[in-house]
Design a protein around this ligand. Structure first.
Ligand code: PRX
Length: 634
């Protein structure tokens, strides 16, 4: 593809061009895709609204780029290698032609069940091949998919379905995770009790346990497939039509439904995939993320398939049947690019090296990480033991909101640097701002990260709530996109992301807002109030510490702690369970009633001495109680 950067000179040239004349630059890049009608205007934007449009007037269908376009030249090439949870079960190799046929057939199932362009379809599925098929089938007919990670609870699922009023739910009887069966249909059924918009639920049979059935609403996937053929023309989509909604946590209780559109998302997710991972024909690329997160959307499904790559998807977990599972899969499928999260690297590094050395990893060419800052120790472990000191490591900084990778080295082309995401991709203009929102002009500096110009895959809005979109991303620093992260920059212009500057905590690479967790805890009848903060954790990066205040006379015992943890699991999912719960007499508050989280974070990290200025607190006496109670937290 003409859009691939092949040398450091190419990178500098492309970067320069992209800054001098973004429209001209992206115009040339976008020509490499298949459009049914060319766009009239490359970019139109006004971030005071905020509104951003790319490839205005262009018509396309992303599935024609992911599938149809490859049939003539790559029809028999493997598109997806699916590796099952159980290593004794054979992997599946799905060619582009087979995938095309399956997507078209399932698109017809959706149509048969009343789904039309613009309808929202919720997908709550395990990592089986039907998940990307379902997503692509939606895209084929112009329906908007909203994939909800299959680790979320009934209530979290219901909140997401209701927010975008999904018409159909796609799920499976269950999902396999190691030696456990997750009863997805049961969880989904529970959610559907409060989801009036859902008319049909189509269920794939994966784990074969008995499930409840509601006649008229529930349909078996295989029975519906038996009624259709595999011919389905692609719906003509406007460049700015919605491709999907994906929910991410925010600093209030309500998840934000980030809206991605067809044209810009396709161009930039593919551009960043191709250049960061330097994908070449015959490479076998594996991203270990779940498709329920943006990493899976962009770097298992859309980016690789639009490129015509072979992409691996894994149903299971890194520790089953043992801690060598990732490396066994790399060896077995001769993976060339391996992309995972720092939390997985840290977890695997804790186990004997023999889990790694018993596998031949000479196939690997490029390694990647995503989701949170990678610490120096994990970086070196990855580099030495997995990359054998010969694989470039791309540390990719980006977000659900950005759709594609924003800051990262380009493997083997621009230099990597431990713990640094390094340089922006062409088209991306990061800046560092000081507390007053002024751009810091010194190269070597630390500040608030912001982005100056639109790029094609910026999420266009929060579904149904452009006001909130404006407040969260465009109000704190007018004229910039504000991602919520802090960063430092070295003298060569490399960026290192230092972490969130808002109330979002990244736990095991999962983005969790403190507010929804606190709301869940506060639902317990014995609890007055709570505050959740992160503290450094060896494997998860951050873990959660909940400060909890009960009503007078309540017995603060392990039973109550168990109930609090279960409440969080039930409301959000196991990923949000606090590691530590500390009962307190009160929370440190400012005079305006805002919880002073800085103090709570310090105490939670074990630093009970240097709490800084506490004089502005309404209740400074509480600090002593918090410090004493820290050791007793469970
Ligand atoms: O804080 C940054 C962190 O993850 C946040 C985005 O989370 P999410 O939308 O769930 O998307 C994760 C996968 C793209 C960012 O605001 N983050 C992501 N990648 C990195 C990172 N922090 C440091 N280094 C990274 N490479």
């Amino acid at each position: 593809m003409a859009l691939q950067i092949k040398s450091i000179e190419d990178y500098h040239k492309a970067y320069q061009k992209s800054i001098e004349n973004p429209s001209k630059f992206w115009d040339e890049i976008a020509k490499d895709f298949y459009w049914k009608k060319k766009w009239d205007q490359t970019l139109s934007y006004d971030w005071s609204v905020p509104e951003t449009k790319w490839f205005v007037g262009g018509k396309l269908n992303i599935t024609e780029n992911c599938l149809d376009r490859h049939l003539a030249t790559k029809g028999n090439q493997t598109a997806i290698i699916w590796e099952p949870n159980d290593p004794k079960v054979k992997a599946k190799h799905i060619t582009y032609r087979q995938l095309y046929s399956k997507v078209c057939a399932f698109a017809n199932v959706l149509k048969n069940n009343g789904v039309v362009k613009g309808d929202r379809v919720c997908i709550y599925m395990p990592m089986i091949i039907e998940l990307p098929i379902a997503a692509l089938a939606c895209a084929r007919i112009g329906a908007i998919h909203s994939i909800v990670f299959a680790g979320f609870s009934s209530r979290a699922l219901a909140a997401r379905i209701n927010d975008s009023k999904c018409k159909v739910l796609l799920t499976s009887d269950g999902g396999l995770r190691g030696d456990k069966i997750i009863p997805l249909k049961d969880i989904a059924d529970n959610a559907l009790k409060t989801c009036p918009s859902i008319k049909k639920s189509i269920i794939f049979k994966r784990t074969r346990q008995t499930v409840e059935w509601i006649k008229g609403r529930d349909l078996w996937w295989h029975e519906e497939l038996a009624k259709v053929d595999d011919s389905c023309p692609a719906e003509v989509m406007d460049s700015e039509d919605i491709l999907f909604i994906l929910y991410t946590s925010g600093s209030t209780g309500k998840p934000k439904g980030m809206v991605h559109t067809c044209g810009g998302y396709m161009v930039y997710s593919t551009y960043s995939f191709l250049n960061v991972f330097q994908y070449r024909p015959n490479d076998i690329y594996w991203c270990t993320a779940d498709i329920g997160w943006i990493t899976g959307h962009s770097f298992i499904v859309y980016g690789p398939l639009t490129t015509g790559a072979t992409t691996v998807m894994f149903e299971g977990i890194p520790s089953y049947p043992d801690f060598g599972r990732f490396w066994e899969i790399c060896e077995k499928h001769k993976v060339t690019q391996f992309y995972t999260a720092p939390t997985a690297i840290r977890a695997l590094a804790k186990h004997p090296l023999s889990f790694v050395t018993s596998h031949d990893l000479s196939c690997l060419k490029i390694l990647g990480t995503v989701g949170e800052p990678i610490n120096e120790e994990a970086w070196h472990w990855y580099n030495i033991n997995i990359g054998k000191n010969k694989c470039p490591i791309v540390d990719t900084w980006w977000q659900t909101e950005t759709g594609g990778i924003m800051i990262s080295s380009l493997a083997g082309i621009t230099k990597d640097k431990p713990t640094f995401a390094t340089l922006p991709l062409p088209g991306i203009q990061p800046v560092l701002l000081n507390g007053d929102g002024i751009e810091i002009t010194e190269i070597k500096a630390e500040g608030i990260l912001a982005i100056k110009q639109p790029w094609p895959s910026l999420a266009r809005t929060i579904y149904g709530d452009n006001k909130r979109y404006k407040n969260v991303y465009f109000s704190a620093y007018p004229g910039y996109y504000f991602p919520g992260d802090g960063a430092l920059r070295d003298s060569k212009g490399n960026y290192r992301i230092t972490g969130r500057v808002d109330d979002v905590i990244i736990v095991s690479g999962h983005n969790l807002g403190t507010a929804p967790i606190e709301n869940a805890i506060n639902e317990h009848e014995d609890i007055v109030e709570s505050a959740v903060v992160g503290f450094p954790h060896d494997i998860k990066g951050n873990a959660l510490h909940a400060y909890v205040m009960t009503y007078d006379g309540i017995i603060q015992n392990d039973k109550l702690i168990g109930e609090i943890r279960n409440l969080v699991t039930k409301t959000i999912g196991a990923i949000a369970r606090p590691d530590k719960i500390q009962f307190v007499k009160g929370l440190p508050k400012t005079r305006s009633g805002k919880i002073m989280r800085r103090i709570l974070r310090k105490i939670a990290s074990g630093d009970t001495e240097n709490l800084g200025d506490t004089s502005t607190l309404l209740n400074p006496e509480i600090v002593d109680d918090l410090q004493k109670g820290f050791a007793k937290g469970r």
